[in-house]
Every structure is written in C-alpha cells, then in structure tokens.
Design a protein around this ligand. Sequence first.
Ligand SMILES: [Zn+2]
Ligand SMILES: [Zn+2]
Length: 476
Amino acid sequence: MNNIISVLLVYIQIQSKIIIYLMCSVLSKHSLRKYYDEPVNKPYRKLVVDDMPVIKTLEKLDYKQIIADHLKATGKALAPVKRRKPSTIPETMTCPRCNATHEYLYDNTGGRGQYLCKVCECTFNKKNYYLKNLLFCCPHCGKALTLQKQRKDFNIHKCKNSKCSYYLNKLNSMSAEEKHRYEANPHDFKLHYIYREFNIDFEPLSNKASKSNTVNLSRLYVSPHTLGLILTYNVNFGMSSRQTAALMREVHGINISHQSVLNYADAVARNVKPFIDNYKYDLTDSICGDETYIKVNSKWHYIFFIIDSIKKTIISYPVSPRRDTKTAIKALDSALSKFDSIPEDLTLIFDGNPIYLLAQHFFAQHGIHFDVKQVIGLSNDDPVSEEYRALKQIIERLNRTFKRNYKPTNGFNSFDGSVSFLTLFVAYFNFLRPHSSLEGKVPVVLNELSSLPNMPARWQKLISMSQEYIKTQQIA
Ligand SMILES: [Zn+2]
Ligand SMILES: [Zn+2]
C-alpha cells in the first residue's frame, strides 16, 4: 500500500512540473510578455554632481626666466628640490608647463604618477595629462584640484584643502552618529568637492555632416504615389508594417509584403536623414530633453530626444544601449550644432539625471557654455521644478506621441532598423505633423509641402527635396 502511495506521489510531482513548464511557456509568449514588456521607468543612477570648477588656461612659461626673475626680486636663487631620499623622478622628465628639469620636480604621490613643479607650482601627471594646459580650481576655495583617480572615460579631481568651505560645511552638518560612521568608513561619505573631467575622444561641434548610405529609390518596385501612401499609413498613422501591407492590399488592391513595407521605410529613412539632420532650423533659446525606451534585439535602448520647446522641433534623437554621460554629450552636441551660434542665455531643461550636468561640464571644458535646469520628480518640490515643469511637459507629450507610433512595432530586430524608424518619425514630427499649439501648423513650414493637396504627395516632395540636398552635398 505504502509503495503505491509513494509511486503515485512521484507521479503527481512529475505531472505538476510538466504543468508549470507548459504554463510558463504559454504565458511567456503571450500574456506575460504583454504585461511585463511595457517600457518600465527605470531609475537612473543617483550621483551628486558638484558645481562646475573654475577652469583656468595655463600659459606656457619658461623656467629659466622664472628663476632669473626670482633672483632679481628676492636676491635668492631658486634652488633645486632638496631630497632626503633618492629621487624617484626620471631624469628625462620636465615640467610640461615651464620646462623645468627633473631637479625641480617633486614626486607628489610617492611614485603613483603625480608631480609638482617647484618653479611654476603646477601639478601634472605622468601621462602628460597637462598637455591641454587646463587647470581646474575649486569653486569654493579657489585652490587647484588634485587628480585623484583615472577611470576609463573620466578623471576625478578633488579639492583636498582642509580649510575649504565646502568641506567644512559638509563636516559641520554631520550628526554625531554620522561622524561615528564616517570615522569607521570614510569612503561611504563624500565631504570634499569633486569634479569629473570627461576625456572621451570627441570633438564638440565639429559639425560632421550627417551622412547615410543612401539607397536608390528608383530601384524600388513601387510608384512614388504608392510609396507616399505606405509612409502615410506606416509613419503618420503609426500602423505596423503588417497592418500597412494589409491595408494596401485590401483597400488599394496593391500586393506588397510587410517586409517590403519595412524595406521601403528603411530606404526612405536613409534618403531623408541628411536633409532633416542638417536642416537650418529656426531655434529659440528654450530647449528641453528627455530619454525614452525602445527595444532593439529584445534589449532596452534609450532615445535621447532634445526638442525646441517653443518651435516644437526635434533637434536630437540618438539611440544608445546605455543611458550614460557619453550619449548625453552626443545628444547635446547634435542639438547644439543646430545653432549658428549658441545663444547667450541658452537654458536646457532635463530631468534630474546627473549625466546632463556632467555633459554640461564637459562642454564647459571646451569653452561651450549653457545653463542646465533640472525638473525633478512629479511634484513641484523646488522652485526650479515649478518654473520649468510646463516646458518639461512638452517633451513628455512628444514622448507619448512617439510611444503611440512605437508600440505597433514590437521593438526592432536591428540597431539600424531603430534609427530608420526614428528618422522617419522625426521627419514626420518636424515637417508633416500639424501641431495644435502652433495653430494647426507644422513645426517647420516648407512652402513646397504646404501647397500640396495630400500627405502622400508631401512625402514624395520631402523625399525629392532630400535627394536634391544630397546632390548639392556631393557637389560641394
Ligand atoms: Zn613648471
Ligand atoms: Zn575647495
């Protein structure tokens, strides 16, 4: 009897495992995916970004001149460094700023690569870090910052001045309990002013004209009017490629596959991209940005939308697998390069993500200045959020419009596919989509388009204008 029960129990266990397996595989394909595949609002990494440092450009100096001036002024010669231990400084090393020889250099970090010149008092790094001749000073006490750490994309500079007001304020505002924890784990606390200097290989505003591998549209097996119809359904009305193909077949009697719809859209995107990316937009000094999510190869990717909040023009839309400072820099660069000259009180409005402040500091390092305002959270808890929330809502509306169009796609199979989709969306948003807050006008009015009777005709015209643009670029 016992034997039968235990055999039956094992049998039941096996059956229940099979049931769970089957339920999982059925649900994960359909309903589970529906529920869990919604773009989730992933929190960004919280990080304290301090104010911008004071950036000084170092002029080149001559150590012989400084030594001679010193002698004249004080009557004493500036002697080489007196060392108690044998020198760790290579004899070939000279000060990058004043050329002082190794006798005048201090090893600041005991062989870890930072040096101080006795003659001109500059600190420098082994890797000739000061080739750029920039000196970062603490905005609170004015002292030069010390290079603390070198990471892949950035260097961390720290104000080590123990009398710095930033440091003293942080120290004094700690509770007795916090001070206790600080003594045990000083690395858990950030008391010193810190600056992250991004040194990614990227020249801002180099204005590399957007080029794309154009496809010869005359090779497509559809008439220009049919192409215009396909784009109208697929882009303007946000229909999926399958719906578009079905509509073309059942309403217009034109037999095309959904893959052809995707191919046509991709070919058009490559043709219009240079035109919409290099178009001389008429912009204001009110710009805002936000990130949104899409799936590429079933992984979340980020789009960094930047829009002129008054003209309602999208001026930047890079896609990236990462939500990082590097992409924020590229997004801002694409937006800033749309300006002939950067307006004096240019204000950019973003959410509380620190990457935009870090990007702002990167541009300041290159002499490009603008203001960044952060609208944080959903309620107006601070005056900045209150003042700029209305502008932020403009980009949130753009995100909603985008998501309506994105949803039927179910994500993209390739990175290029996502770029093509976005390019067409931006072409539509900037040039073809009437905007209620612009009295029903499109953000960028092209007379060539507005005189045309319908949308397929406007798409055709936009494509031919883009092709004309590519031709003029090739001649130039
Ligand atoms: Zn020097
Ligand atoms: Zn300081």
